[in-house]
Design a protein around this ligand. Structure first.
Ligand code: ITT
Ligand code: NA
Length: 199
């Protein structure tokens, strides 16, 4: 049985393999790069859930296999939830993690510690070839540092310090991050649904 991970983000794929491995899904996991002929879908949704469903529908339909997708981002309290669904292209350059992070830090440079609340959000969508769909979400709340710290993870990990932690997400071991992360929560919640629907 094959389950397509409807993403081209290599960091997400690594985290998803680890999270789904822990919950013992009995399926061969392949990334979207296994289907280079399938074009990327336009993320025209206005929510994480809508975009995750768009990505999963496109891959499930094109491949004839069940697909799961992740749409995620960083929501900053003082920015009214931005960058949100625009997190991957906040600087205008899609996937340029460093430029996105630097721009965000500059935008909140004057914001004091007590107002630097933020959360990572993740929507996990499952779509079957017959169009059946499910979507669940997860979040990780914390505060934003003034400078990036740590070499692990990706994206905005070096500036998000989870509540109850003294380290940033980029200083956590991969297992520690997966245990508390938005992505870990969403995909551990969708795993039993995958099991049920794929039999
Ligand atoms: P796919 O659409 O192919 O999955 P993408 O990187 O474009 O890949 P998104 O549209 O979901 O994916 O954007 C996610 C962005 O949100 C990502 O580029 C990071 O900037 C940020 N992000 C998501 N999860 C994160 C995490 O665990 N740690 C740090 N930043 C994260
Ligand atoms: Na997105």
């Amino acid at each position: 049985r094959r389950l397509v991970l409807a993403t081209r983000n290599a960091y997400k794929i690594t985290e998803l393999r680890s999270i789904l491995g822990e919950v013992g899904l009995d399926a061969e996991l392949v990334g979207a790069d296994a289907y280079p002929e399938v074009p990327d879908v336009k993320e025209t949704g206005v929510t994480f859930a809508e975009n995750a469903l768009l990505k999963a529908h496109a891959l499930a339909q094109a491949t004839g296999h069940p697909a799961i997708a992740d749409d995620s981002g960083l929501c900053v309290d003082v920015l009214g939830g931005a960058p949100g669904i625009f997190s991957a292209r906040w600087s205008g350059r899609h996937g340029d993690d460093r430029a996105n992070l630097e721009l965000l830090l500059a935008q909140i440079s004057d914001v004091p510690d007590e107002h630097r609340g933020a959360h990572f959000a993740c929507a996990a969508a499952l779509v079957l070839p017959d169009g059946t769909e499910r979507v669940v979400s997860g979040r990780l709340t914390g505060t934003l540092r003034h400078e990036p710290v740590g070499g692990g993870g990706f994206g905005y990990d070096p500036i998000l310090q989870p509540y109850g932690e003294t380290r940033t997400c980029a200083e956590l071991d991969p297992e520690e991050k997966n245990a508390i992360s938005h992505r870990g929560k969403a995909f551990r919640a969708i795993a039993p649904i995958v099991r049920e629907l794929l039999g």
